[in-house]
Design a protein around this ligand. Sequence first.
Ligand SMILES: Nc1ncnc2c1ncn2[C@@H]1O[C@H](COP(=O)(O)OP(=O)(O)OP(=O)(O)O)[C@@H](O)[C@H]1O
Ligand SMILES: [Mg+2]
Length: 169
Amino acid sequence: MTASERVPESRRCILSHSANETFALGARLGQLLAPGDFVGLVGELGTGKTEFVRGVAQGAGVSAAEVSSPTFAIISAYRGRIPIYHADFFRIRDYDEAYSTGFTDLLESDGAVLVEWLNRVPRAAPRELIVLSFEDLGGEERRIQAYAYGIRYQQRLQTWIPDAGSSRL
Ligand SMILES: Nc1ncnc2c1ncn2[C@@H]1O[C@H](COP(=O)(O)OP(=O)(O)OP(=O)(O)O)[C@@H](O)[C@H]1O
Ligand SMILES: [Mg+2]
C-alpha cells in the first residue's frame, strides 16, 4: 500500500497474548479516537483485526449488542460517543468497487473510520492515517505493529501507547 512505502512519523510494536488483550488494546484506542480519524488494519485471516475493532467500538461507547449483530454489509456504522464506521475490504476488488460502497463519504464525516484489509485497495488510504499490522506468532500470540503517518496520528499513538524516550532521541 502507498502508506507503507512512506516513512511513518512514529511506530510501536505490541505483543498480545490473548483475544482479550487485543480487545482491551482496541478499547483504549476507541477512547481516544476523534471525528475524521482513519485506521487501516492489515494482516492475514484470523489475526485479530475484527477482535481489535470490537474493542475500539466498546471503548468509543458503542453497546456490545450493536457490534455483535450479524451483518453482511461492507461497511457497518455503530453509534457511540462518536460514530464508528467499520469497513472490511476483503471482498473488494478495486477502488471503483470501494467507491461504490459510499466509502469515500465517510472520510470527511463525523465519525472515525476503521478499515480491515485496507491493503486490498491501496488507493483508498488517505495520506495521513494509522496502519495496524497483525501477525499470528502461534497459539494466541499476536504481534501488532502500529504506524502513524502524519503529526495528528503521531500524537494519537503517543497518547494510546506512551513510549518514553524514543521520540526525544
Ligand atoms: N491474541 C489474540 N488477539 C486476537 N485474536 C486472537 C488472539 N488469540 C486468539 N485469537 C482468536 O483469533 C481469532 C481472530 O479473529 P478475527 O475475526 O478478529 O480475525 P481477523 O483478522 O479479523 O480475520 P479476517 O481477516 O478473516 O477478518 C478469534 O477467533 C480470536 O479469538
Ligand atoms: Mg475481520
